[in-house]
Design a protein around this ligand. Sequence first.
Ligand code: GRF
Length: 211
Amino acid sequence: MTRPGLIRIGALVSGSGSNLQAIIDAVESGRVNGELVVVISSNSKAYALERSRNHGIPTEVVLYEDCSDRSSFSRTIAETLKRYRVDLACLAGFTRILDPLFFELFHGDVMNIHPALLPAFGGKGMYGRRVHEAVIQSGARFSGATVHFVTEECDVGPIIIQDVVPVDDDDSPDTLAAKVLQVEHAIYPKAVELYCAGVLEVDGMRVRRRG
Ligand code: GRF
């Protein structure tokens, strides 16, 4: 049952969906002026799909392999979001890069979470374990997570929220990933909450909070 006046949120997932779960929990707690109207997965075996079903959220599977190329995949994703009248699409562990065509077809806003402090350690090929390996190898003393608006270029959209974690001497990519994931689960729902409250103002690369 959808309710008028609420921001219609769609999530794009490919895997476990722990960030999706954090958003679901925030929505169900009532702190978000929005509702999850669809979860679209690029992987039919993603645990995120089960999480969605457990909460009665409609799911769709769009397989890259069923599309002729990246632009047809991106078109299908955009059309699915439009069919559910999505205002805000949240990429939550979505492993595919969307073609510029996606942004021509889908006119809602798009957010993503990245497991490092952008603009460092981002860009094509920087996902999953590789990000944490690169952070450790660089000698950086802090890592963290970033929620940002998505633009055509990978990982460079306006930053909404970041939070940090220390990189300890004995951290491995796995222990660092676990610490970063905890931060992700706090900041992604917060960014969605602020968006749905209508208090985010984008000014070039800066995102300000009104009120
Ligand atoms: C997270 O680390 C997120 O930053 C990245 O992919 C991972 C997804 O994890 N984009 P989950 O599927 O939300 O558990």
